[in-house]
Design a protein around this ligand. Structure first.
Ligand code: NAP
Length: 248
């Protein structure tokens, strides 16, 4: 364990598995106390907490549905009540629903992606920005699909991620004077429950990268760990591609 983030309080939304769980392990290994949120996967969230504690780290799991703005606000308030502050916010929770515009997309699916992938990020950033101080870090997990859709059926998802990226740049300007950095990660195809490397679409995704393969959650988390660290103090308003060269 290194001490880069010793004394820091970090909230990772959707930390029960995949990229969020790897990020929780990464930040905890650097000394942060981590709070992970989940909506359904209580058992997996508790397993992440147990693994971090077994490695000598500090973690807690809290239930909060990102589709519900009141629960997102209560989550941030709960973190501040428990620890007196919030230093690092990682907006990771997301849903990926495919469907072509003319055939399969319905209002409910559109609404769910908009709420979880974008509106919750806005709400969390707004609430966090009111309690964060100098040196605060806001990092949102966007997608390489924000810039280039590549396949049919991802328009809604891509648009929610592109919205995050626009918001990231604007808020970086808003919060620069407070010493808070705001960045997004343009994550490429990563082997998780959302996007397993065994799916029928995996081969095409791997072929679309320069490295010819999927990423591992830890390969996204390590970059988030850097952006969260004091070493990244001059990085803000950036969309950082971590995509194996998909966008090259
Ligand atoms: P994942 O394995 O499906 O994990 C998603 C996480 O988000 C889970 O912890 C889940 O917890 C949580 N979550 C989903 N809906 C939620 C809600 N309504 N409220 C609270 N938490 C919720 O996905 P992942 O691949 O790790 O994705 C993490 C982020 O990376 C997402 O924003 C995704 O869009 C982005 N991303 C992924 C890839 C990829 O190829 N995997 C590529 C680019 C970007 P519960 O089960 O408890 O709901």
């Amino acid at each position: 364990m290194s001490n880069t983030l010793k004394g820091k309080i970090a909230l990772i939304t959707g930390g029960s598995r995949g990229i969020g769980a790897a990020t929780a392990r990464q930040l905890a290994s650097e000394g942060a106390t981590v709070v992970i949120s989940y909506s359904n996967s209580e058992g997996q969230a508790n397993d992440v907490v147990a693994a971090i504690e077994a490695s000598g780290g500090k973690a807690v799991a809290l239930k909060a549905d990102q589709a519900n703005a009141a629960e997102v606000k209560a989550l941030i308030a709960d973190v501040v009540k428990r620890y007196g502050k919030l230093d690092i916010l990682v907006n990771n929770a997301g849903v990926f629903e495919t469907g072509t515009v003319a055939e399969t997309v319905d209002d409910a699916g559109f609404d769910r992606q908009l709420r979880v992938n974008y509106e919750a990020v806005v709400t969390a950033i707004r609430e966090a920005s009111r309690v964060m101080g100098d040196g605060g870090r806001i990092i949102s997990v966007s997608s390489a699909l924000a810039l280039r859709s590549t396949w049919p059926g991802v328009a809604d998802y891509s648009a929610t991620k592109r919205a995050i990226e626009g918001y990231t740049k604007g808020v970086a300007r808003d919060l620069g004077a407070k010493g808070i950095t705001v960045n997004a990660i343009g994550a490429g195809s990563t082997n998780t429950e959302m996007n397993p490397d065994t799916s029928p679409f995996a081969e095409a995704q791997a072929a679309a990268t320069a490295l010819g393969r999927f990423g591992r959650p830890e390969e996204i988390a390590s970059v988030i760990g850097f952006i969260a660290s004091p070493a990244a103090s001059f990085v803000t308003g950036a969309i950082i591609p971590v995509d194996g060269g998909y966008s090259a």
